[in-house]
Design a protein around this ligand. Structure first.
Ligand SMILES: [Zn+2]
Length: 360
């Protein structure tokens, strides 16, 4: 018997190796086309990871978790994702990915982010110190870099990075659900997410974040509550109809990025301008979204409550209409006013609790 087991195991190993080879199929095609020179390309379940050889991180591990979470909160999806660990995806690679059914997710890893930040600071200093002698310029530059590094270390915590990538995967999967797999022939203006309202786009993304990122959203909300009693920083009616606070700035940056998909990474000055242009603080939008998801899910006892609401929007409805029709049967109010009152009360109780008492 033992011999047969060993033989079966050997066969299984070959089968696994064989299928992994098959999954890398598009990689071979893209490599032969010269689209991924100098990069590794790894097929994973539902996607592919294209990264610099130096990148030792296990980005592939993020995929099954994010897709499983999407299936739990929304529905299983066939959409494929290509995580491209590069600040820019060339127009040629972007169209090859699209032709093979992948949505591209450009990602700037910590190392590249640090390099971009450094280059941007050096450029600014050089422009500002053009009249100074070379030695002095170098000293100023060095000082500025040290200061920037101390105030915001450019290398991200890998767990936070994994949560952030899952967030972006959530945007792409929801976009695919809401608008269809094709990029959609909308009115031509670039959209941050899908054609759904921004709160729903963001809810789909925040819902896929990992525990660490979720905890940081709560810590943020608790800090605001402790500081000045803020429970819901944005009135619910505004929240449901507003543009994502980074929308306009993100569009401006996309616009200047030229062709192909482009990840956004900003220097200190750019980040400040970005926030000013956005007319608000995106962090506040995220933390209210986290609370809203958890309120809806807890009250309804339905882990797919967002999916139910998203379907209503996709059919041309909105939250007010959904509440009137389905709020009652889901343990929720039937009007937006009622929703605001109950959501506020729930959030107040939740934020007043000791985080140690809470289920993770
Ligand atoms: Zn987002």
């Amino acid at each position: 018997m033992r011999r047969f087991t060993v033989a079966a195991l050997a066969l299984a190993t070959i089968a696994v190796a064989g299928s992994a080879q098959a999954d890398d199929g598009p990689c071979v095609e893209w490599r032969e086309a010269g689209l991924i020179d100098g990069l590794t390309c790894t097929g994973v379940d539902r996607g592919v990871v294209i990264a610099p050889t130096s990148s030792g991180k296990d980005y592939a591990g993020i995929f099954p978790i994010a897709f499983e979470r999407f299936a739990q909160v929304f529905a299983p999806t066939d959409q494929k994702i290509a995580l491209v660990v590069q600040p820019e995806v060339s127009k040629e690679l972007a169209s090859a990915l699209a032709a093979d059914g992948y949505k591209a997710l450009p990602w700037v890893d910590g190392e590249a982010r640090a390099a971009m930040l450094k280059a941007s600071i050096v450029k600014q200093i050089e422009a500002q110190t053009a009249s100074l002698p070379e030695a002095q310029r170098a000293a100023v530059s060095e000082q500025a870099l040290a200061k920037a590094n101390a105030s915001a270390p450019a290398i991200a915590d890998p767990v936070i990075e994994a949560g952030s990538i899952a967030h972006e995967i959530g945007h792409l999967l929801f976009n695919s659900y809401f608008d269809g797999a094709e990029p959609g022939s909308t009115d031509g203006t670039p959209r941050y997410g899908s054609r759904s309202p921004d709160w729903l786009d963001e809810a789909a993304a925040v819902a896929l974040e990992n525990e660490t990122l979720t905890r940081s959203r709560y810590a943020n909300a608790r800090a605001a509550f402790a500081a000045d009693g803020t429970v819901l920083p944005i009135p619910v009616q505004t929240y449901l109809t507003m543009d994502h606070p980074s929308l306009r700035a993100a569009q401006a940056i996309k616009g200047r990025g030229g062709e192909g998909a482009k990840a956004v990474s900003l220097s200190g000055d750019e980040a400040k301008a970005f926030l000013e242009a956005s007319g608000g603080n995106p962090v506040v939008f995220y933390r209210q979204t986290r609370l809203f998801i958890d309120f809806l899910t807890e009250r309804s006892g339905n882990p797919r409550i967002l999916f139910s609401i998203a379907k209503a929007y996709r059919d041309g409805g909105d939250l007010a209409g959904w509440l009137a029709q389905s709020g009652g049967e889901n343990g929720l109010p039937t009007t937006l006013d009622g929703l605001e009152t109950e959501f506020e009360a729930w959030a107040r109780t939740t934020l007043a609790q000791d985080p140690a008492d809470e289920p993770a």
